[in-house]
Design a protein around this ligand. Structure first.
Ligand code: CUA
Length: 214
């Protein structure tokens, strides 16, 4: 297992979550993998059965194979998975909350410009500062073409669209540096459009920002 999963950790791994939103997405991924594995094993087992015991398959009417295997089972499985995905997705939405601090991210070929409504003097390119252990709403927009703001270990992707503001709520459980990338092809510089989210110890964050982060 360590060999198989060794590629699942790392600075851009969604399977190595460092906050609740990413943990929820990772949980959904594991549930999907588990469901797909069970169904694949069932199909392979049935296939093996009809090959090894030719009489068994013939005992079930063709119509029953279609009704139960082709309709009933997919409806039950897909309904459960869709329900779980909707429930998990709903909890990820950035419902308006005035207690959640806001920061702004603007994509621009091919950098990210970050600014802070609460700290007008602060702001820099390709590094975003947030307090650890606290949810932060990132207001995401673009100056030119469509980009996508993605910090895999903290949350899912959100499009950066010119003239429009999308909001993604991120939270880092612990202080640290988390890699981010642009996740929408946006031209020759797309692969270099990387950035970093630095989560500070909450006690240090205000002092850091008040110091006029450069
Ligand atoms: Cu910006 Cu890809």
């Amino acid at each position: 297992m360590p060999l198989g999963l060794s590629a699942c950790t790392g600075p851009l791994s969604t399977l190595d979550p460092a906050g609740p939103a990413a943990a929820s997405s990772a949980g959904l991924w594991w549930v999907m993998l588990g469901g797909a594995t069970v169904l694949a094993l069932l199909v392979f087992a049935l296939l093996a059965l009809v090959y090894l015991r030719p009489g068994v398959g013939a005992r079930v009417r063709g119509r029953d194979w279609v009704v139960y295997g082709g309709l009933v089972m997919p409806v039950v499985v897909l309904t459960a998975l869709v329900g779980y995905a909707l429930f998990a997705g709903e909890r990820l939405l950035a419902h308006p909350d005035e207690n959640v601090p806001r920061v702004a991210a603007r994509g621009e070929m091919w950098v990210w410009r970050f600014s802070y409504p609460d700290h007008p003097g602060a702001g820099e390119t390709d590094v975003l500062h947030i307090p650890a252990g606290q949810a932060v709403d990132v207001l995401v927009t673009s100056s030119d073409v469509v980009h996508s703001f993605w910090v895999p270990r903290l949350a899912g992707k959100i499009d950066a669209i010119p003239g429009h503001e999308n909001v993604v709520r991120i939270k880092a459980d612990r202080p640290g540096a988390y890699n981010g990338v642009c996740a929408e092809f946006c031209g020759m510089g797309h692969t270099d459009m990387r950035f970093m989210v630095v989560a500070h110890d909450p006690a240090d964050y205000e002092a850091f920002m008040a110091g006029g982060a450069q």
